[in-house]
Design a protein around this ligand. Structure first.
Ligand code: ADP
Length: 173
């Protein structure tokens, strides 16, 4: 089974097969990690995103699309739209889970081996961080068990709070 790793830092700096972007459904960039990825990648990334939205309109919550990576060091960017937390009774847990799963399915389709995730939905979208960590880790573990061709998934925590939550969860599990 593929490995799970945890690092604290900026996902835009990673030399992996794909980094995942916590995008919004317009795919036009935004704040947080989305803004950081678009800034670091340059205009080519937005151009590719706009080509996709011309075809599909917008990217629904829980779905994922893939583009090249512009000036980034990784090969691809997988853009997924996590759910906005609205209290927990709007399918948020399911939608967060399928954001991770659909991102990994795309990675598999493209034969990618090393994929890095940010902590989807835990910034502006307000998803409770501990619950998001539990969902992310269990979704990724399940996918790795069923898809041994994926070699490594890296959880990239940018804020100290998420890093400590992941560290604790991954060591105690
Ligand atoms: P969302 O709208 O899905 O909540 P945000 O970008 O607001 O997306 O936040 C998601 C997570 O991304 C947060 O935990 C935030 O700390 C983290 N983040 C922000 N910038 C970066 C970065 N450069 N690299 C990795 N993670 C980042």
């Amino acid at each position: 089974m593929g490995k799970i790793e945890l690092i604290k830092g900026d996902i835009t700096q990673l030399e992996v097969d794909a980094i995942v972007n916590a995008a919004n459904s317009t795919l036009r960039g935004g704040g947080g990690v989305d803004g950081a990825i678009h800034r670091a990648a340059g205009p080519k990334l937005l151009e590719e995103c706009l080509q996709i939205t011309e075809k599909i309109g917008y990217c629904p919550t829980g779905e994922a699309v893939i583009t090249g990576a512009g000036n980034l060091k990784c090969k691809y960017v997988i853009h997924t739209v996590g759910p906005i937390w609205k209290g927990g009774s709007y399918g948020e847990e399911f939608l967060l889970r399928i954001s991770y799963i659909n991102s990994l399915k795309l990675a598999k389709e493209y034969s990618l081996k090393v994929i890095a995730f940010p902590n989807i939905s835990t910034g502006a979208y307000g998803f409770p961080k501990k619950l998001a960590c539990e969902i992310a880790v269990s979704a990724v573990k399940e996918f790795l068990l069923q898809n041994p061709e994926i070699e490594r998934v890296i959880f990239v925590c940018y804020d100290q709070e998420n890093y400590e939550i992941y560290q604790k969860y991954l060591t105690n599990e």
